[in-house]
Ligand binder design. Structure first.
Ligand code: PLP
Length: 449
Protein backbone atom coordinates (compact mmCIF):
# COMPACT_ATOMS: atom_id res chain seq x y z
CA UNK A 1 0.00 0.00 0.00
CA UNK A 2 1.35 3.47 -0.82
CA UNK A 3 2.21 5.55 2.21
CA UNK A 4 -0.48 7.89 3.44
CA UNK A 5 -0.47 11.54 2.49
CA UNK A 6 0.45 13.67 5.50
CA UNK A 7 0.12 17.38 6.15
CA UNK A 8 2.64 20.07 7.08
CA UNK A 9 2.21 23.74 7.97
CA UNK A 10 2.94 26.52 5.47
CA UNK A 11 4.75 28.40 8.24
CA UNK A 12 7.25 25.56 8.47
CA UNK A 13 8.13 26.57 12.02
CA UNK A 14 9.19 23.05 12.85
CA UNK A 15 11.38 20.72 10.90
CA UNK A 16 9.14 19.01 8.37
CA UNK A 17 9.47 15.56 9.91
CA UNK A 18 8.49 16.47 13.43
CA UNK A 19 5.45 18.23 12.13
CA UNK A 20 3.62 15.89 9.82
CA UNK A 21 0.02 15.24 10.78
CA UNK A 22 -2.49 12.89 9.26
CA UNK A 23 -5.63 14.06 7.51
CA UNK A 24 -8.04 13.68 10.47
CA UNK A 25 -5.75 15.80 12.66
CA UNK A 26 -5.36 18.51 10.02
CA UNK A 27 -9.10 18.48 9.39
CA UNK A 28 -10.09 18.73 13.04
CA UNK A 29 -7.46 21.34 13.92
CA UNK A 30 -8.15 23.59 10.97
CA UNK A 31 -5.23 25.91 11.55
CA UNK A 32 -1.83 24.38 12.36
CA UNK A 33 -0.44 25.13 15.86
CA UNK A 34 2.10 27.57 14.39
CA UNK A 35 -0.77 29.47 12.69
CA UNK A 36 0.16 28.18 9.25
CA UNK A 37 -2.15 26.35 6.87
CA UNK A 38 -1.99 22.63 6.34
CA UNK A 39 -0.69 21.34 3.02
CA UNK A 40 -0.34 17.77 1.71
CA UNK A 41 3.28 16.58 1.64
CA UNK A 42 2.70 14.88 -1.71
CA UNK A 43 0.20 15.34 -4.50
CA UNK A 44 -1.33 12.24 -6.05
CA UNK A 45 -1.47 12.04 -9.83
CA UNK A 46 -4.28 11.85 -12.36
CA UNK A 47 -2.95 10.16 -15.48
CA UNK A 48 -4.40 10.68 -18.98
CA UNK A 49 -5.56 7.05 -18.97
CA UNK A 50 -7.29 7.50 -15.66
CA UNK A 51 -8.98 10.66 -16.86
CA UNK A 52 -10.30 8.65 -19.83
CA UNK A 53 -11.79 6.06 -17.49
CA UNK A 54 -13.63 8.83 -15.61
CA UNK A 55 -15.41 10.07 -18.74
CA UNK A 56 -19.19 9.81 -18.45
CA UNK A 57 -19.06 9.14 -14.71
CA UNK A 58 -21.38 10.95 -12.29
CA UNK A 59 -20.08 13.83 -10.20
CA UNK A 60 -20.15 11.66 -7.08
CA UNK A 61 -18.06 8.97 -8.78
CA UNK A 62 -15.50 11.49 -10.02
CA UNK A 63 -15.38 13.05 -6.56
CA UNK A 64 -14.76 9.68 -4.96
CA UNK A 65 -11.99 8.83 -7.44
CA UNK A 66 -10.19 12.14 -6.89
CA UNK A 67 -10.65 12.42 -3.13
CA UNK A 68 -9.78 8.80 -2.39
CA UNK A 69 -6.28 9.56 -3.64
CA UNK A 70 -5.93 11.88 -0.65
CA UNK A 71 -7.83 9.76 1.86
CA UNK A 72 -6.58 6.25 1.11
CA UNK A 73 -5.71 4.61 4.40
CA UNK A 74 -8.06 6.91 6.37
CA UNK A 75 -11.47 5.50 5.44
CA UNK A 76 -12.91 2.76 3.21
CA UNK A 77 -13.52 3.68 -0.42
CA UNK A 78 -17.20 2.58 -0.19
CA UNK A 79 -17.73 4.93 2.75
CA UNK A 80 -16.26 7.81 0.78
CA UNK A 81 -18.46 6.97 -2.21
CA UNK A 82 -21.55 7.05 0.01
CA UNK A 83 -20.48 10.42 1.38
CA UNK A 84 -20.00 11.76 -2.14
CA UNK A 85 -23.41 10.49 -3.21
CA UNK A 86 -25.00 12.19 -0.24
CA UNK A 87 -23.14 15.47 -0.79
CA UNK A 88 -23.49 15.72 -4.55
CA UNK A 89 -27.06 15.34 -5.69
CA UNK A 90 -27.24 18.50 -7.79
CA UNK A 91 -26.10 19.31 -11.33
CA UNK A 92 -23.46 21.68 -12.75
CA UNK A 93 -25.18 23.45 -15.65
CA UNK A 94 -22.80 24.52 -18.43
CA UNK A 95 -23.78 27.47 -20.63
CA UNK A 96 -22.01 28.68 -23.74
CA UNK A 97 -21.10 32.33 -23.83
CA UNK A 98 -19.93 33.15 -27.33
CA UNK A 99 -17.34 31.03 -29.08
CA UNK A 100 -14.70 30.21 -26.51
CA UNK A 101 -16.21 30.84 -23.10
CA UNK A 102 -18.30 28.40 -21.11
CA UNK A 103 -20.01 29.35 -17.85
CA UNK A 104 -20.02 26.56 -15.27
CA UNK A 105 -22.76 27.19 -12.74
CA UNK A 106 -21.71 25.98 -9.30
CA UNK A 107 -24.85 27.48 -7.80
CA UNK A 108 -27.30 24.59 -7.59
CA UNK A 109 -26.53 23.45 -4.04
CA UNK A 110 -28.62 24.07 -0.95
CA UNK A 111 -27.36 27.63 -0.34
CA UNK A 112 -26.91 28.49 -4.03
CA UNK A 113 -23.16 29.07 -3.80
CA UNK A 114 -20.15 27.00 -4.87
CA UNK A 115 -19.25 26.70 -1.21
CA UNK A 116 -21.82 23.93 -0.85
CA UNK A 117 -19.45 21.60 -2.74
CA UNK A 118 -16.86 21.80 0.01
CA UNK A 119 -19.10 22.32 3.03
CA UNK A 120 -21.31 19.30 2.37
CA UNK A 121 -18.30 17.02 2.08
CA UNK A 122 -16.41 18.48 4.99
CA UNK A 123 -19.35 18.11 7.38
CA UNK A 124 -19.40 14.39 6.68
CA UNK A 125 -15.65 14.07 7.14
CA UNK A 126 -15.80 15.85 10.49
CA UNK A 127 -18.64 13.66 11.65
CA UNK A 128 -16.70 10.56 10.62
CA UNK A 129 -13.31 11.51 12.05
CA UNK A 130 -14.11 13.36 15.24
CA UNK A 131 -14.10 11.45 18.52
CA UNK A 132 -17.58 10.15 19.33
CA UNK A 133 -19.49 12.29 21.84
CA UNK A 134 -16.88 15.04 21.83
CA UNK A 135 -18.54 18.44 21.99
CA UNK A 136 -17.15 20.83 19.48
CA UNK A 137 -17.71 24.39 18.36
CA UNK A 138 -17.22 25.32 14.75
CA UNK A 139 -16.31 28.95 14.20
CA UNK A 140 -16.86 30.47 10.80
CA UNK A 141 -16.07 33.95 9.54
CA UNK A 142 -18.05 34.68 6.42
CA UNK A 143 -18.29 37.43 3.86
CA UNK A 144 -21.74 36.07 3.05
CA UNK A 145 -21.70 32.62 1.52
CA UNK A 146 -19.38 30.45 3.63
CA UNK A 147 -21.46 30.86 6.76
CA UNK A 148 -24.68 29.58 5.28
CA UNK A 149 -22.99 26.80 3.30
CA UNK A 150 -21.23 25.56 6.43
CA UNK A 151 -24.22 26.14 8.70
CA UNK A 152 -26.54 24.17 6.43
CA UNK A 153 -24.03 21.34 6.15
CA UNK A 154 -23.38 21.10 9.91
CA UNK A 155 -26.63 22.11 11.50
CA UNK A 156 -27.84 18.62 12.30
CA UNK A 157 -24.53 17.10 13.36
CA UNK A 158 -24.70 15.78 16.93
CA UNK A 159 -22.55 17.39 19.67
CA UNK A 160 -21.68 20.30 17.42
CA UNK A 161 -22.53 23.97 17.49
CA UNK A 162 -21.80 26.33 14.67
CA UNK A 163 -21.11 30.04 15.29
CA UNK A 164 -21.08 32.21 12.21
CA UNK A 165 -19.69 35.76 12.21
CA UNK A 166 -20.66 38.03 9.35
CA UNK A 167 -20.07 41.75 8.61
CA UNK A 168 -23.44 43.36 9.34
CA UNK A 169 -23.29 45.89 6.51
CA UNK A 170 -21.65 43.81 3.78
CA UNK A 171 -24.06 40.99 3.00
CA UNK A 172 -27.08 41.04 0.71
CA UNK A 173 -30.61 40.87 2.17
CA UNK A 174 -31.08 37.28 1.07
CA UNK A 175 -27.66 36.25 2.40
CA UNK A 176 -28.52 37.82 5.73
CA UNK A 177 -31.78 35.94 5.89
CA UNK A 178 -30.06 32.67 4.95
CA UNK A 179 -27.59 33.18 7.80
CA UNK A 180 -30.06 34.31 10.45
CA UNK A 181 -32.55 31.54 9.74
CA UNK A 182 -30.39 28.41 9.59
CA UNK A 183 -31.70 27.16 12.91
CA UNK A 184 -30.66 23.78 14.32
CA UNK A 185 -27.47 24.09 16.32
CA UNK A 186 -26.30 27.25 14.52
CA UNK A 187 -26.07 30.87 15.61
CA UNK A 188 -25.28 33.78 13.31
CA UNK A 189 -23.67 36.95 14.69
CA UNK A 190 -23.90 40.24 12.79
CA UNK A 191 -20.62 41.98 13.62
CA UNK A 192 -20.31 45.75 13.38
CA UNK A 193 -17.16 45.41 11.32
CA UNK A 194 -15.72 44.10 8.10
CA UNK A 195 -15.11 40.57 6.92
CA UNK A 196 -11.46 40.92 7.86
CA UNK A 197 -12.54 41.69 11.45
CA UNK A 198 -14.66 38.54 11.49
CA UNK A 199 -11.72 36.52 10.23
CA UNK A 200 -9.37 38.11 12.75
CA UNK A 201 -11.77 37.22 15.63
CA UNK A 202 -11.83 33.60 14.53
CA UNK A 203 -8.07 33.41 14.24
CA UNK A 204 -7.65 35.07 17.62
CA UNK A 205 -10.11 32.72 19.28
CA UNK A 206 -8.12 29.77 17.98
CA UNK A 207 -4.93 31.12 19.46
CA UNK A 208 -6.67 31.99 22.76
CA UNK A 209 -5.63 29.52 25.45
CA UNK A 210 -8.68 30.43 27.57
CA UNK A 211 -10.90 28.95 24.88
CA UNK A 212 -8.98 25.72 24.28
CA UNK A 213 -11.54 23.76 26.32
CA UNK A 214 -14.21 24.51 23.72
CA UNK A 215 -12.53 22.34 21.08
CA UNK A 216 -12.82 25.09 18.54
CA UNK A 217 -12.73 23.98 14.98
CA UNK A 218 -12.81 25.94 11.77
CA UNK A 219 -14.64 25.43 8.56
CA UNK A 220 -13.19 28.46 6.80
CA UNK A 221 -11.26 28.06 3.60
CA UNK A 222 -8.18 27.77 5.79
CA UNK A 223 -9.25 24.19 6.52
CA UNK A 224 -7.68 21.63 4.22
CA UNK A 225 -11.05 19.83 4.27
CA UNK A 226 -12.49 22.79 2.39
CA UNK A 227 -9.75 22.82 -0.22
CA UNK A 228 -9.72 19.18 -1.32
CA UNK A 229 -13.37 18.97 -2.50
CA UNK A 230 -12.73 22.07 -4.61
CA UNK A 231 -10.28 20.14 -6.77
CA UNK A 232 -13.07 17.92 -8.03
CA UNK A 233 -15.20 20.27 -10.11
CA UNK A 234 -12.24 21.29 -12.25
CA UNK A 235 -11.73 17.64 -13.11
CA UNK A 236 -15.45 17.08 -13.67
CA UNK A 237 -15.85 20.17 -15.90
CA UNK A 238 -12.75 19.21 -17.89
CA UNK A 239 -14.24 15.74 -18.43
CA UNK A 240 -17.39 17.34 -19.85
CA UNK A 241 -15.66 19.81 -22.16
CA UNK A 242 -12.27 18.53 -23.30
CA UNK A 243 -12.48 16.63 -26.56
CA UNK A 244 -9.33 14.59 -26.09
CA UNK A 245 -6.99 13.66 -23.28
CA UNK A 246 -4.49 16.41 -24.04
CA UNK A 247 -6.82 19.31 -24.65
CA UNK A 248 -6.15 22.09 -22.18
CA UNK A 249 -8.82 24.36 -20.78
CA UNK A 250 -8.30 27.74 -19.18
CA UNK A 251 -10.21 28.41 -15.98
CA UNK A 252 -11.19 31.80 -14.65
CA UNK A 253 -12.14 31.95 -11.01
CA UNK A 254 -13.73 34.90 -9.21
CA UNK A 255 -11.54 35.04 -6.12
CA UNK A 256 -11.41 36.36 -2.58
CA UNK A 257 -9.56 34.10 -0.18
CA UNK A 258 -8.16 32.12 -3.15
CA UNK A 259 -9.47 28.77 -1.90
CA UNK A 260 -11.55 28.03 -4.97
CA UNK A 261 -8.75 28.73 -7.45
CA UNK A 262 -6.33 26.73 -5.32
CA UNK A 263 -8.41 23.67 -6.22
CA UNK A 264 -7.56 24.32 -9.88
CA UNK A 265 -3.88 24.88 -9.14
CA UNK A 266 -3.75 21.54 -7.34
CA UNK A 267 -5.72 19.77 -10.09
CA UNK A 268 -3.17 21.01 -12.65
CA UNK A 269 -0.29 19.79 -10.52
CA UNK A 270 -2.01 16.40 -10.32
CA UNK A 271 -2.03 16.21 -14.11
CA UNK A 272 -5.27 17.82 -15.27
CA UNK A 273 -4.62 19.61 -18.58
CA UNK A 274 -5.14 23.21 -17.47
CA UNK A 275 -3.86 26.07 -19.64
CA UNK A 276 -4.01 29.34 -17.77
CA UNK A 277 -5.64 29.81 -14.40
CA UNK A 278 -7.05 33.33 -14.17
CA UNK A 279 -7.51 34.82 -10.71
CA UNK A 280 -10.19 37.50 -11.13
CA UNK A 281 -10.77 39.87 -8.23
CA UNK A 282 -12.71 43.02 -7.46
CA UNK A 283 -10.88 46.14 -6.24
CA UNK A 284 -9.39 44.04 -3.44
CA UNK A 285 -6.51 43.31 -5.77
CA UNK A 286 -3.61 42.48 -3.44
CA UNK A 287 -2.91 39.24 -5.32
CA UNK A 288 -3.14 40.92 -8.72
CA UNK A 289 -0.69 43.61 -7.62
CA UNK A 290 1.67 41.01 -6.23
CA UNK A 291 1.69 39.03 -9.46
CA UNK A 292 2.41 42.20 -11.43
CA UNK A 293 5.05 43.75 -9.17
CA UNK A 294 6.40 41.02 -6.91
CA UNK A 295 5.53 43.20 -3.93
CA UNK A 296 2.80 42.04 -1.57
CA UNK A 297 0.79 44.63 0.24
CA UNK A 298 -2.41 43.55 1.93
CA UNK A 299 -5.38 45.89 1.65
CA UNK A 300 -6.49 47.11 5.02
CA UNK A 301 -9.34 47.62 5.54
CA UNK A 302 -10.76 45.62 2.68
CA UNK A 303 -12.79 47.52 0.11
CA UNK A 304 -16.55 47.11 -0.13
CA UNK A 305 -17.82 46.03 -3.51
CA UNK A 306 -20.82 44.57 -5.31
CA UNK A 307 -19.08 41.19 -5.38
CA UNK A 308 -19.10 41.12 -1.59
CA UNK A 309 -17.96 37.52 -1.12
CA UNK A 310 -14.62 38.66 -2.50
CA UNK A 311 -14.07 41.64 -0.20
CA UNK A 312 -10.85 40.17 1.12
CA UNK A 313 -7.84 42.39 1.69
CA UNK A 314 -5.39 39.67 2.75
CA UNK A 315 -6.35 36.32 1.19
CA UNK A 316 -5.65 33.48 3.58
CA UNK A 317 -4.89 30.90 0.90
CA UNK A 318 -2.08 33.07 -0.40
CA UNK A 319 0.05 31.17 2.11
CA UNK A 320 -0.69 27.98 0.17
CA UNK A 321 0.14 29.57 -3.19
CA UNK A 322 3.41 30.88 -1.79
CA UNK A 323 4.19 27.46 -0.43
CA UNK A 324 3.45 25.66 -3.71
CA UNK A 325 5.81 28.01 -5.51
CA UNK A 326 8.56 27.68 -2.91
CA UNK A 327 7.92 30.84 -0.87
CA UNK A 328 6.53 31.57 2.58
CA UNK A 329 4.15 34.22 3.87
CA UNK A 330 2.54 34.44 7.29
CA UNK A 331 -1.04 35.24 8.23
CA UNK A 332 -0.26 38.93 8.68
CA UNK A 333 0.85 39.13 5.07
CA UNK A 334 4.54 39.38 5.94
CA UNK A 335 6.64 37.77 3.24
CA UNK A 336 9.32 35.51 4.72
CA UNK A 337 10.59 34.30 1.37
CA UNK A 338 9.40 35.04 -2.15
CA UNK A 339 7.89 32.35 -4.35
CA UNK A 340 9.18 31.64 -7.87
CA UNK A 341 7.48 34.57 -9.57
CA UNK A 342 8.40 33.72 -13.15
CA UNK A 343 6.90 30.26 -12.76
CA UNK A 344 3.81 31.69 -11.10
CA UNK A 345 3.32 34.09 -14.00
CA UNK A 346 3.55 31.23 -16.45
CA UNK A 347 0.62 29.43 -14.89
CA UNK A 348 -1.42 32.23 -13.41
CA UNK A 349 -2.97 35.36 -14.81
CA UNK A 350 -4.81 37.95 -12.80
CA UNK A 351 -7.16 40.81 -13.39
CA UNK A 352 -8.92 43.26 -11.06
CA UNK A 353 -12.39 44.45 -12.04
CA UNK A 354 -14.14 47.58 -10.77
CA UNK A 355 -17.77 47.66 -9.64
CA UNK A 356 -18.73 49.77 -12.65
CA UNK A 357 -17.22 47.18 -15.00
CA UNK A 358 -18.93 44.37 -13.11
CA UNK A 359 -22.36 45.99 -13.42
CA UNK A 360 -21.82 46.80 -17.07
CA UNK A 361 -20.79 43.23 -17.76
CA UNK A 362 -23.96 41.86 -16.12
CA UNK A 363 -26.06 44.09 -18.40
CA UNK A 364 -24.09 43.37 -21.58
CA UNK A 365 -23.79 39.64 -21.10
CA UNK A 366 -27.53 39.39 -20.64
CA UNK A 367 -28.51 41.75 -23.42
CA UNK A 368 -26.05 40.49 -26.04
CA UNK A 369 -25.74 36.83 -25.16
CA UNK A 370 -28.83 36.02 -23.12
CA UNK A 371 -26.86 34.68 -20.14
CA UNK A 372 -27.69 35.97 -16.66
CA UNK A 373 -24.72 36.47 -14.31
CA UNK A 374 -24.48 37.73 -10.75
CA UNK A 375 -21.61 40.04 -9.69
CA UNK A 376 -19.00 37.35 -8.87
CA UNK A 377 -19.48 35.48 -12.14
CA UNK A 378 -19.45 38.80 -14.01
CA UNK A 379 -16.05 39.62 -12.50
CA UNK A 380 -14.72 36.39 -14.02
CA UNK A 381 -16.24 37.01 -17.45
CA UNK A 382 -15.03 40.60 -17.52
CA UNK A 383 -11.49 39.47 -16.60
CA UNK A 384 -11.38 36.92 -19.43
CA UNK A 385 -12.70 39.40 -21.96
CA UNK A 386 -10.29 42.11 -20.88
CA UNK A 387 -7.30 39.76 -20.92
CA UNK A 388 -8.26 38.63 -24.41
CA UNK A 389 -7.54 35.05 -23.45
CA UNK A 390 -7.39 32.62 -26.37
CA UNK A 391 -8.52 28.99 -26.28
CA UNK A 392 -11.43 27.32 -24.56
CA UNK A 393 -12.04 29.01 -21.24
CA UNK A 394 -14.35 28.12 -18.40
CA UNK A 395 -15.62 30.91 -16.15
CA UNK A 396 -17.00 29.76 -12.84
CA UNK A 397 -20.32 31.25 -11.74
CA UNK A 398 -20.01 30.92 -7.97
CA UNK A 399 -23.47 32.02 -6.81
CA UNK A 400 -27.03 32.06 -8.09
CA UNK A 401 -28.16 35.40 -9.60
CA UNK A 402 -31.21 35.46 -7.30
CA UNK A 403 -28.87 35.75 -4.31
CA UNK A 404 -27.82 39.12 -5.67
CA UNK A 405 -31.09 40.14 -7.30
CA UNK A 406 -30.90 43.65 -5.80
CA UNK A 407 -27.63 44.28 -7.65
CA UNK A 408 -28.64 42.55 -10.87
CA UNK A 409 -31.81 44.65 -10.98
CA UNK A 410 -29.81 47.85 -10.77
CA UNK A 411 -28.81 47.30 -14.37
CA UNK A 412 -31.44 44.91 -15.73
CA UNK A 413 -35.18 45.52 -15.42
CA UNK A 414 -36.00 41.81 -15.10
CA UNK A 415 -37.46 39.36 -12.64
CA UNK A 416 -34.74 37.08 -11.28
CA UNK A 417 -36.17 33.62 -10.76
CA UNK A 418 -35.05 31.99 -7.49
CA UNK A 419 -33.65 28.50 -7.35
CA UNK A 420 -35.75 25.92 -5.50
CA UNK A 421 -33.39 25.98 -2.51
CA UNK A 422 -33.67 29.75 -2.21
CA UNK A 423 -37.47 29.58 -2.31
CA UNK A 424 -37.45 27.19 0.63
CA UNK A 425 -35.11 29.38 2.65
CA UNK A 426 -37.29 32.43 2.09
CA UNK A 427 -40.05 30.81 4.13
CA UNK A 428 -37.93 30.46 7.27
CA UNK A 429 -37.82 32.78 10.27
CA UNK A 430 -34.53 34.44 11.29
CA UNK A 431 -32.94 35.14 14.68
CA UNK A 432 -29.80 37.28 14.61
CA UNK A 433 -27.45 38.49 17.33
CA UNK A 434 -25.77 41.85 16.75
CA UNK A 435 -22.33 42.43 18.22
CA UNK A 436 -19.91 45.38 18.48
CA UNK A 437 -16.47 45.04 16.91
CA UNK A 438 -14.85 44.03 20.20
CA UNK A 439 -13.04 40.72 20.66
CA UNK A 440 -13.76 40.60 24.40
CA UNK A 441 -17.52 40.65 23.74
CA UNK A 442 -17.12 37.79 21.30
CA UNK A 443 -14.98 35.86 23.75
CA UNK A 444 -17.53 36.31 26.54
CA UNK A 445 -20.18 35.02 24.19
CA UNK A 446 -18.17 31.89 23.46
CA UNK A 447 -17.46 31.29 27.14
CA UNK A 448 -21.18 31.58 27.83
CA UNK A 449 -22.10 28.88 25.32
C1 PLP B 1 -16.57 32.75 -1.40
C2 PLP B 1 -16.96 33.24 -2.72
C3 PLP B 1 -16.01 33.61 -3.68
C4 PLP B 1 -14.54 33.62 -3.38
O1 PLP B 1 -14.01 32.34 -3.24
P1 PLP B 1 -12.57 32.15 -2.57
O2 PLP B 1 -12.39 30.69 -2.45
O3 PLP B 1 -12.59 32.85 -1.26
O4 PLP B 1 -11.59 32.77 -3.50
C5 PLP B 1 -16.46 33.99 -4.93
N1 PLP B 1 -17.78 34.04 -5.22
C6 PLP B 1 -18.72 33.70 -4.33
C7 PLP B 1 -20.15 33.81 -4.70
C8 PLP B 1 -18.35 33.28 -3.05
O5 PLP B 1 -19.28 32.95 -2.17
Amino acid sequence: MPSKILYYSTNRSFSAKSFLHDFPTALLQGLAPDNGLYMPNALPTLSPTELQTLRGKSYAEVACAVLYKFLEGELPRETLLEMCQKAYNFPIPLERLGENITIARLDQGITASFKDFAAQMMAQWIQYFKPQDQQSVILVATSGDTGSAVGEAFKHLPHTSVIVLYPAQEVSAIQRHQLDSMGGNTQAIALAGKFDDCQAFVKRAFADADLAYLNLSSANSINIGRVLPQIVYYVYIWLQLAENEHETLNFCVPSGNLGNSLGCEIARRMGLPVGKLVIATNQNDAFHQFLQTGIYQKIEPSIESVSNAMNVGNPSNLARYFDLYGGCIDKHGTVRSLPALAEMRQNLLSFAVTDAETLQNIAQTYEKLGVLLEPHGAVAVEAVQRLGLVGKTVCLETAHPAKFADIVQKVLPIEVEKSEALKQIEKRVGKAISMPNDYQVFKDFLVGL
